[in-house]
Design a protein around this ligand. Sequence first.
Ligand code: GLP
Length: 236
Amino acid sequence: MKFITVKNYEELSRKAANIIAAQVISKPNCVLGLATGSSPLGTYAALAKYCDDGDVDFSGVTSVNLDEYVGLDGTNDQSYRYFMDTNLFSKINIDKNKTHVPNGCAADLKAEGIAYDKFIKELGGIDLQLLGIGLDGHIGFNEPDKFFTAETHEVKLDPSTIKANARFFESEADVPTKAITMGMLSIMQAKKVLLIANGEAKKEIIEKAFYGPITPEVPASILQLHPDLTVIYSEN
Ligand code: GLP
């Protein structure tokens, strides 16, 4: 594991964007695993600038996102599809048809999960997976549990996650209680994993996840077993 401590969010975003840009430059038809949340916003803004400046060309890239709320479609401004379209895809020259987010409105979420994993496998897996981390150690929406789940699956969100994500909604009651998330297999099979986190509030969970025991009670801790993991953390 490479653990990089940086001085602020801006430096974190620049470093993360540089790692992603290097991936796209060295393999223009790569598969990027992408994340939502506030942590990657600066990274996405930096990537948009690199694209604008003509330094990175995303036209050959395929993306697969980690997760989506159950019941929200892409027109809903709280959906992760909407988040990705607004904060990244509309700002870079990626082919929109090559961007993929699990469908939280699928009639059969189990079948959607199976199809999503099959699709990732057919792509040849993920070259670089970007991750944030929840305050309870979740990655994607893999919540603390008694076991790790391998496949893309439906999850019931933890009350603490609903609370944490309420800031993006009008009220806590508006936060969906379920989501569909990539499981640990596709994440762990990604050739490279890059996890970013910032803020004092994340310090404790970062220590637990990367310097504590590997346990499904702290889902991100499984990443300690990944052969090419980079963590970038900024306390500010
Ligand atoms: C959500 C997402 C995660 C993300 C987490 C942390 O729950 N499903 O993928 O990592 O939030 O979000 P933030 O970066 O806003 O702290």
